[in-house]
Design a protein around this ligand. Structure first.
Ligand code: NAD
Length: 349
């Protein structure tokens, strides 16, 4: 069914408040989730709510939890999210990073142990909106590792996203590159499983290591998701694991670390003010010229013009704002079940 984004937001705020979040937290998390749906990433939208409710009950997620500051100087900070809502903590950390990068030219911050931070591009968009660029490396160190290393057939990592955001100009929108380092984000495997659909061929391996397009292998056996881009994507996934897990101090997914702590993300973020490196007018001129040059490419398929990163999300957002957000029946039922388990309904009046 297609649901208006405002209704989805209201329902989500209601459920989050019922499970203990303050108005401000419920609104921030709901905005993030619904915006992920609007951007076309249903994997990181309201379909995550049943997981959040389960983790709230199991003690892997705590509402209204402020992060602990591990260290802070002018341009470096490390925060421990202490299993609080990642969408709130990561956005607050970005606001700190933006302020520090304005003053110092560069800011680096690390997040440990935040519950699921969601769509990482949301944080890149915050920097880009302020004329800054940002780079984000994320790991997930709790739950079963579902991504196999290149040439392997057993899970050893999570889907470890990377995001790089470059600010736009007067005429060019921000360039937001934001992707999981697996062939397909795990949430998209969940969405395909819920909808009874297949995923791109070879994105998954079954428990015997044979390539498959059937999402059942993840939920009904010990199948794995493959890294994107063969050895190169695998290398990037590993770097994200080490930067966000080891360097930031969150811990990697290696088996000596506990695995039953909800959905935990670590993140290393670098925010840079480009004006400290080059004259802004030169940067803007080069960005405009380069993006314009790309856009003059004749498409190999006329139905699919050349896009730049960040554009598919903007197009989807405009479409879904106008037409509503498609939520499949299984996802809707799972959210309703989660709401019932805490004594309310999701689609409350
Ligand atoms: P994806 O495969 O849809 O790739 C998205 C990126 O590719 C975007 O930058 C998009 O603008 C760009 N893109 C898509 N089509 C394009 C085209 N035709 N031309 C140019 N650029 C194009 O994304 P994904 O790997 O499925 O990841 C989805 C989301 O999941 C991301 O927002 C990511 O941050 C999030 N995620 C989060 C976690 C977590 O633990 N918090 C884990 C994995 C993924």
């Amino acid at each position: 069914m297609k649901i208006d984004h405002q209704r989805l937001r209201r329902n989500t705020v209601h459920l989050l408040k019922t499970t203990g979040s303050s108005d401000a937290e419920a609104t921030a998390v709901a905005d993030h989730l619904v915006d992920a749906n609007l951007a076309g990433h249903d994997s990181h939208g309201v379909g995550m709510l049943p997981h959040y409710v389960r983790n709230l009950k199991a003690g892997g997620l705590y509402p209204n939890r402020a992060p602990r500051i591990v260290s802070e100087s002018d341009s470096f900070a490390v925060w421990d999210g202490q299993n609080g809502y990642g969408q709130v903590i990561a956005a607050d950390a970005m606001r700190w990073g933006i302020g520090a990068a304005r003053k110092q030219g560069v800011a680096v911050h690390g997040l440990r142990n935040t519950h699921h931070i969601g769509r990482v591009g949301a944080y890149g968009e915050l920097a880009a909106a302020e004329g800054l660029l940002s780079v984000h490396f994320v790991n997930g160190n709790s739950g079963p590792p579902r991504v196999s290393p290149f040439l392997g057939r057993e899970g050893r990592m999570s889907t470890n996203p990377i995001c790089i955001a470059v600010p736009g100009t007067k005429t060019t929108k921000p360039i937001i590159l934001d992707f999981a380092t697996s062939r397909i984000a795990l949430g998209k495997v969940r969405v395909a499983y819920n909808e009874g659909k297949k995923v791109p061929d070879g994105a998954l391996l079954d428990a015997e290591g044979r390539p498959t397009d059937d999402p059942k292998v993840i939920y009904e056996s010990q199948g794995t998701v493959t890294p994107f881009g063969e050895h190169k994507g695998y290398g990037l996934a590993l770097i994200a694991e080490l930067l966000a897990g080891a360097i930031v101090g969150s811990g990697t997914i290696q088996p000596e670390n506990p695995r039953d702590r909800g959905i935990l993300n670590g993140m290393l973020t670098v925010v840079i003010d480009p004006e400290r490196m080059t004259d802004r007018s030169f940067v803007d001129r080069e960005i405009d010229a380069m993006i314009g040059y790309l856009k003059t490419t004749a498409p190999s398929d006329p139905a699919h013009p050349v896009l730049v990163p960040g554009e598919p999300e903007r197009l989807q957002r405009a479409r879904r704002m106008a037409e509503g957000i498609e939520v499949d029946a299984t996802t809707w039922r799972d959210i309703e079940d989660a709401a019932k388990s805490v004594g309310t309904t999701y689609d409350a009046p």
